[in-house]
Write a protein that binds this ligand. Structure first.
Ligand code: S3P
Length: 437
C-alpha cells in the first residue's frame, strides 16, 4: 500500500452524473487464477486494476505464469500453464491485504505434488483465520502449516496428491468453497463441497465456462461437485462492474438530498444483490436499466435518486449476499429515523478489520447512536452527525463508507489512512470529486 494519507472529506452538496465502477474484485481474482491453470491464452476485459488482484497476479507470475501489465482500460492477457504447470516459486508469495488471494492460493497449491510454497501477507492478513481453508483441505490430505496451529500466516504448503472427498464447510464462504473447488480439480477422485447456505457462485460459473466437470445441486445450490480430469481452456472473460463498489454510490445517492446518479455496468449476480434487497426495504429510489447478460453474469445500469429512507433489519439469511456491504449500510442506518438492526454478521469481525467494531467506533466519533453486539449492531438513526477526525483503520470499505457518512455530516471531516480505498477502488476519490456538486 502507498504512504498513508490523510484527506479532507467533502460535506454537503449532492452527487450527480454517471459513474462506471471498476471491475468485480471476486471475478477479477478468479479470471487470473483460472486463466493461469488453463491451457492456452485467457484475455480479461475489465479486470479490476487494484491492489488485491495485483497481489494475485504477482503470486502467479512468481510461479512462472506470464500475465500482461495490469492497467486501467487495458485488456489483460494470461498465458496459461495448464493444471500442473505452476513452478515452485523462488520467493515467498506475498498476498498483500487480500484474503481472497491467500485462501484461493491455498486450494490451488495444496495439490501441486512435490512443490513447496510459503504464503504471507500484510499485518491485517496475518490476523485473519486460515484454518477454515486449511482444515477442509487437510481432509483431502493437504499439508498446510502456520502459526496458531495452522490458522495464521505465514503459511507453508507442501504440495501433495489430494484425495477426492465430501467436505462440509462451517461458514458460507465463497473463499473457502473456491479453495476446495480448485483443489478438487487435480484430486484423485470426485469431490463435493456442501455449504451451510449458498455463497457467491462466480467460481462455479467460471470454472464451468473454462471446461471443468462441475455440477451444482442440492437445495439452493449448496452442493457443488467436481470430477477431476477435465482440461481447462483459456477464455475471453468480460468482468462486470463490482456491485460492492457500486454500493457506496447507491447509498450516497439515496441519502444525499438532490442526488441523481447512474451507475453503469454493475454485476447483478443474485448471490451478490442483498444490498438491493435492503435498499428496497428502506424505500430507496433505485431503478435497474438495460438489464443484460455479459459473459455468463447478469449486468445492468442502476439509477438512484435521493428520497426518504426507512430503517431496516436483516440477519444471517441474507448475509452471504451482502457481507461486504454491511459497513455502508451501517452508514445508511444513521440517517434514517428509527432503529435499524443488523444480526448474524459475526463474519464481519474477521474481514480486513473487525468491521463491526471499526464502523461503530468511527460513526460514534461523529455522534451516532450505535450499540455493538457480538454478531451485529443496533443503530438508532436520525440524530445529526458532526464532522470530525476519522480513520479508515487501514480498511478499504471503511474508508469509502466514512466518506459517504462525512457527506451527510455537519462540518468538515478528515480521514486518516484514506489510501486504503485503493485495495478495491483506486479511482474512488477522483470519482467522488467529479460527481460532487
Ligand atoms: C469473496 C468472498 C467473501 C467476500 C470477499 C470476497 C470472494 O469472503 O467478503 O470480499 O471473492 O470469494 P468470504 O468468503 O470470507 O465470505
Amino acid at each position: 500500500m502507498s504512504a498513508t494519507a490523510s484527506r479532507d472529506l467533502k460535506t454537503g452538496g449532492c452527487l450527480q452524473g454517471r459513474v462506471k465502477v471498476p471491475g468485480d474484485k471476486s471475478i477479477s481474482h478468479r479470471s487470473l487464477l483460472f486463466g493461469a491453470i488453463a491451457e492456452g491464452t485467457t484475455t480479461i476485459d475489465g479486470l479490476l486494476p487494484a491492489e488485491d488482484p495485483i497481489s494475485t497476479a504477482a503470486c502467479l507470475r512468481a510461479m512462472g505464469v506470464s500475465i500482461s501489465p495490469i492497467e486501467a482500460g487495458r485488456v489483460v492477457t494470461v498465458e496459461g500453464v495448464g493444471l500442473d504447470g505452476l513452478q515452485e516459486p523462488q520467493q515467498i508469495l506475498d498476498c498483500g491485504n487480500s484474503g481472497t488471494t491467500m485462501r484461493l492460493m491455498l486450494g490451488l497449491l495444496a495439490g501441486r505434488a512435490g512443490r513447496h510454497f510459503v504464503l504471507d501477507g500484510d499485518a491485517s492478513l496475518r490476523r485473519r483465520p486460515m484454518r477454515r481453508v486449511g482444515q477442509p483441505l487437510a481432509s483431502m490430505g493437504a499439508d498446510v502449516r502456520g502459526r496458531d496451529n495452522g490458522n495464521l500466516a505465514p503459511l507453508a504448503v507442501q504440495g501433495t496428491t489430494l484425495r477426492g472427498t465430501i467436505v462440509g464447510t462451517p461458514v458460507a464462504s465463497a473463499q473457502v468453497k473456491s479453495a476446495i473447488l480448485l483443489a478438487a480439480l487435480t484430486a484423485d477422485g470426485p469431490t463435493t463441497v456442501i455449504e451451510p447456505s449458498q455463497s457467491r457462485d462466480h467460481s462455479e460459473r467460471m470454472l464451468r465456462a473454462f471446461g471443468a466437470n462441475l455440477q451444482v445441486g442440492g437445495e439452493m445450490g449448496r452442493h457443488i461437485s467436481v470430477k477431476p480430469g477435465a482440461t481447462l481452456h483459456g477464455q475471453n472473460v468480460v468482468v462486470p462492474g463490482d456491485i460492492s463498489s457500486a454500493a457506496f454510490w447507491l447509498v450516497a445517492g439515496a441519502l444525499v438530498p438532490g442526488s441523481d446518479l447512474i451507475i453503469e455496468n454493475v454485476g447483478l449476480n443474485p448471490t451478490r444483490t442483498g444490498i438491493l434487497e435492503v435498499l428496497d426495504q428502506m424505500g430507496a429510489n433505485i431503478e435497474i436499466l438495460n438489464p443484460r447478460d455479459v459473459a455468463g453474469e447478469p449486468v445492468g445500469d442502476l439509477r438512484v435518486t435521493h428520497g426518504p429512507l426507512k430503517p431496516f433489519q436483516f440477519g444471517e439469511e441474507i448475509m452471504p449476499r451482502l457481507v461486504d456491504e454491511v459497513p455502508i449500510l451501517s452508514v445508511a442506518a444513521c440517517f434514517c429515523d428509527g432503529e435499524s438492526r443488523i444480526s448474524g454478521a459475526a463474519e464481519l469481525r474477521v474481514k480486513e478489520t473487525d468491521r463491526l467494531a471499526v464502523m461503530a467506533r468511527q460513526l460514534k466519533a461523529m455522534g451516532a447512536d450505535i450499540e455493538e453486539h457480538e454478531d451485529g449492531m443496533t443503530i438508532r438513526g436520525g440524530r445529526p452527525l458532526s464532522g470530525t477526525s476519522l480513520d479508515s483503520e487501514t480498511d478499504h470499505r471503511v474508508a469509502m463508507s466514512l466518506a459517504v457518512a462525512a457527506l451527510m455530516a455537519s462540518g468538515p471531516s478528515t480521514l486518516a489512512r484514506s489510501e486504503a480505498a485503493a485495495v478495491s477502488y483506486p479511482t474512488f476519490w477522483d470519482e467522488l470529486g467529479r460527481l460532487h456538486r
